[in-house]
Every structure is written in C-alpha cells, then in structure tokens.
Design a binder for this molecule. Structure first.
Ligand code: MF3
Ligand code: CO
Ligand code: CO
Length: 266
C-alpha cells in the first residue's frame, strides 16, 4: 500500500479545491427546497462549477473499473438512498432528507465534500439520524493526528453511531484524495482502535460515514450506481476532506457556509 504524502504546494492546491467544494454547497443550499428536482440542483451545480468557479465536476463521466460513466456533476441521495443517487426528475418534498455530494477539480486537485439538507420539516427520527451522523463524522475527524491509526477513526465513528442504535455501511469508505479522486488509503468507518495504517503529516483523505437508521445492509439499483438500504430505512452521510498536520488535522473543505463542528465531547 502506498499512501502519498502531499508537498506544501500540493496542500495549497488541495486547500483551494476544498474551499471551492464547500462554496459550491453554499451556493446550492438556498435551492434545495420542496418542488425543486434533483436534476435542477445538478444543472445549477454544473453551471456554477464551469462558468463561475472554473472547476471541473469530477463525477461527470467518472467510470471506475466495472462501472458505467457516472452521468451527473454531483450525487443526490434522498431518504433511503445511501449514496451515488443520480439526479433526475424527482421533485423534493416536505419531510425528505437529502445528501448532496460534490467533488470539484481545480488546477488538478480534488475537493470532495457532502452535507445533509432537510426539506421542510423532518421527522424526529430523520433529524436525529442526520445529527448523529454529523457528530459521528466529527468524532472520526477528531481522531486524526500524527501517530494515530486509521482504525481509531473507524472505531470512533462506529462506537458513536451504534451507541445511538444506528448502523454503519461497510461497503463504502473514505479515501485518499489529491490529483486523483480516489487514492489510497481506504478509510473505513468502523474498526478497532490502534489498528491499520499509522497517520503521518501530509496525508490527505476523506471522512464520509454513511449511517443507516435500520440495518447496515445495502443493495445497488439496476442503474449500476444508486445504492439504497436493503430494509428501506433512512440513511445519512456527511463528508469532509482532511489533512493530517503536525499537530492534528485541518479540514480542507471549509467555506463561509460550512456548518459549525459539534461541541467537543467532555
Ligand atoms: N463523491 C463521492 C465520494 O465521496 C464519489 C462519487 S462517485 C460518483 O467518494 F461517480 F458516484 F459520482
Ligand atoms: Co463525496
Ligand atoms: Co469521497
């Protein structure tokens, strides 16, 4: 396994790409309301990336081995969709929850981030799932420091999510990121403390837990991309791109509208 350590110039490029990813979500936020289709969000995102940011939508025509080219400029995953939801004619309606996951490329560097949004008023369970998933991501991020292990991140996320009665999706994970969209290492969202790769300053990877209200099992739809919960329970996800620094971590995908971190646990 070879994990790339970013140079100072790489880190500067990743900071810019990361901020632009956050700013794209900021731009989309007011649009994500009842009556809008996920395709509308995709078209707005494409225009903003290409015409305003001069970034490239990394997901458009992205085709890892065994996949057909992904047909859109972002992923929109509504309710029981876990990830990789393809934008289309579906109208958002009151009570929906949606993950919007964007990856921009600027000067060759990738910035990958996602947030959850409520359409109108969420159910109590939906709100709780989204909030617990947000804190789970942050528990994982706060485990990042030189000398810590990848397993510390997964363990922190798993313990918190399962402690609240939710389950962690196993088949998808965080990933190294840089000039390539998906690099080593794989960042599992479950695991045991003290196991796995030891973290070093200069590593950059995403933390992006997918947490289900019901069981962890998933299945893929016939489009080859969309992943749903097998039991049709709600699923939530948040994502940031993280740099391992000399002291701890730096969140690269920050922008003016990035939600505040939750209070640090006592
Ligand atoms: N942005 C997703 C991630 O966090 C990957 C989406 S790939 C796509 O890794 F092709 F589905 F868009
Ligand atoms: Co993403
Ligand atoms: Co990612």
């Amino acid at each position: 396994m070879s994990v790339d350590l970013k140079s100072p110039a790489d880190v500067e490029g990743m900071r810019i790409a990361g901020r632009l990813g956050g700013e794209l979500l900021d731009f989309l936020t007011p649009l994500i309301t009842a009556g809008v289709t996920t395709g509308d969000i995709d078209r707005a995102a494409h225009g903003y990336m290409v015409d305003v940011q001069h970034t490239i939508p990394a997901t458009l025509n992205y085709a890892p081995p065994g996949y057909s080219p992904y047909p859109a400029s972002l992923c929109t995953s509504v309710n029981h969709v876990v990830c990789h939801g393809i934008p289309g004619d579906r109208k958002l309606k009151d009570g929906d929850i949606i993950n919007v996951d964007v990856t921009v490329i600027k000067d060759g560097y990738h910035g990958d981030t996602s947030r959850m949004f409520f359409i109108g008023k969420p159910s109590i369970q939906a709100r709780r799932l989204v909030e617990i998933t947000y804190e789970a991501m942050w528990r994982g991020i706060r485990a990042v420091r030189p000398g810590a292990h990848l397993g510390d991140i997964g363990a922190a996320i798993q313990r918190f999510a399962e402690g609240h009665g939710f389950s962690v999706v196993r088949e998808f994970c965080g990933h190294g990121i840089g000039r390539r969209f998906h690099e080593e290492p794989q960042v599992l969202h479950y695991g045991r403390p003290g196991t796995g790769l030891k973290l070093q300053p200069g590593m950059v990877f995403t933390v992006e837990p997918m947490i289900n209200a019901g069981k962890a099992a998933i299945r893929a739809l016939a489009d080859g991309w969309t992943i749903v919960t097998a039991d049709h329970s709600l699923s939530a996800q948040w994502e940031h791109t993280i740099l391992v620094t000399g002291e701890g971590f730096e969140v690269l995908t920050v922008s003016a509208g990035t939600p505040a971190p939750p209070p640090a646990p006592a």
